[in-house]
Design a binder for this molecule. Structure first.
Ligand code: ADE
Length: 217
């Protein structure tokens, strides 16, 4: 899988792409991540990418030209172009799963007051990571990349993915390790029983009750 990120702040991605599971996926050649500064696609002599909104109002608006030029340069017939915006469709595990099947994902990060509305005509999907406004699309694009990359074949073991949260809309079951008792808190007896049928049943019950209590809160 190839992921191209269009941003005005490339260095925000340094830690994200060079640590842990994402780094391993890159090193194994499973995912190729390119961070592209779309300012490089500006035709303006000062490399300007934003301007004042028509009709007045606060803040600056990202212009069409550099973003259209960047997307037209990198998109192929295998690409999906996604714009990160608080007004987009709510990002969920099921969307991450669908995206994990793509060969090429282009993530467009906004900043300032927003994008020129006409930019929507060149994107395939608008995604929001939640009902709050962040300073830009960089953190949301890292959230989307993280959730997608870990689902790509070969990145983490199939076994780890099987029982985890949101596979079937339920959250994951609780896990414990040594010691058996810590500051008066004991590991549930069933987990020490060695009876795998009972352990599986307990875990399933926990998944359902934790999901219900999460929905009630
Ligand atoms: N840009 C700013 N806030 C955002 C959000 N919540 N989701 C996606 N992109 C954003």
């Amino acid at each position: 899988m190839k992921i191209d990120v269009l941003t005005l702040f490339p260095s925000m991605f340094d830690g994200f792409i060079n640590e842990s599971i994402i780094k391993r996926a890159k090193d194994k050649g499973i995912v190729d991540i390119n961070i592209i500064n779309f300012r490089d696609y500006s035709l303006d002599k000062n490399k300007r990418v934003d301007d004042y909104p028509y009709g007045g109002g606060a803040g600056m608006v990202l212009m069409c030209e550099p973003i259209f030029r960047a997307i037209e340069d990198i998109r192929t017939s295998d690409s999906i172009v996604i714009m990160l915006t608080p007004s987009g469709k709510l990002f969920k595990e099921s969307i991450a799963y669908d995206l994990s099947k793509y060969k090429h994902i282009i993530l467009l990060c906004g900043h300032y007051e927003g994008f020129d509305e006409r930019i929507k005509s060149i994107v395939d999907m608008e995604l929001s990571i939640g009902d709050y406004v962040l300073t830009g699309g960089e953190v949301p694009s890292m959230v989307v990349m993280d959730a997608v990359i870990r689902l790509v074949d070969g990145v983490i073991s199939k076994e780890s993915l099987v029982s985890e949260s949101f596979n079937d809309d339920n959250v994951d079951y609780p896990v414990y390790t040594k010691p058996r008792e810590f500051r008066g808190m004991k590991v549930p007896e069933v987990l020490l029983s060695g009876n795998h049928k009972e352990i599986d049943a307990w875990r399933e019950e926990q998944r359902i009750s934790l999901t219900n209590s999460r929905e009630d809160s």
